[in-house]
Design a protein around this ligand. Sequence first.
Ligand code: UDP
Length: 253
Amino acid sequence: MARRKKLYEGKAKILYEGPEPGTLVQYFKDDATAFNAEKRATIEGKGVLNNRLSEFFMTGLANIGVPTHFIKRLNMREQLIRQVEIIPLEVIVRNFAAGSMAKRLGLEEGMALPRPIIEFSYKDDALGDPLVPEEYVIAFGWATQQDLDDIVALALRVNDFLSGVMYGVGIKLVDFKIEIGRVWDNDFMRLIVADEISPDSCRLWDIETGAHLDKDVFRRDLGSLTDAYTEVARRLGVLPTNVTHATKPTLIN
Ligand code: UDP
């Protein structure tokens, strides 16, 4: 059987050529990395959970009118997506101080911020994704001022949606990262949410206990990452069908 062409392999995902022009297949691996890939592990089941969770969030966003790259899930680990030109920025939205912001400013983790704060990191592994001001983004031509205005508007809509969905299942959305892609519909350029939205790219804390239900479990050795992601998926009602104990082959839709 002809193997499809691998276009890109990142730390947690692989992109293959899609069945139609303008589409790609996004494959979710079980690999986890942190601290700019200095810490690595394979965490069984992570890819399956993130495939489902990213589908759930992207579909929800589409339902409230926020455009995304997601087309459909293909199987346990793969989804069909629109091919985009990725803007080389990590768009980070923060509601509560944590991680690098808490460290940089000497803030206590969990402190509520006066309003959602958006920041940009330049996507470059060799440089460790440095934080960059808007001035750099525009001067170096990574995005225009108009793009940035649109990106901020998109990021805030994603934040409102995700915060609400999470609050509904007893989880506080502390911060998250999204990536934005450009697509062209005829001559008209649009910006859409791309990459993934999963506990790999969010900080999620249980509202009652403060327990971490995100990649910090791996970064900070707080227990089982699969258990944490499974808990998020369970609360959202998106647990993948468990085929391990099936007595006969089960069709996964
Ligand atoms: N984040 C991410 N990928 C990155 C850097 C950050 O998904 O390469 C997410 C991270 O999971 C967190 C948010 O962006 O939800 C803010 O991360 P922060 O800047 O605090 O960096 P960290 O402490 O994770 O290094």
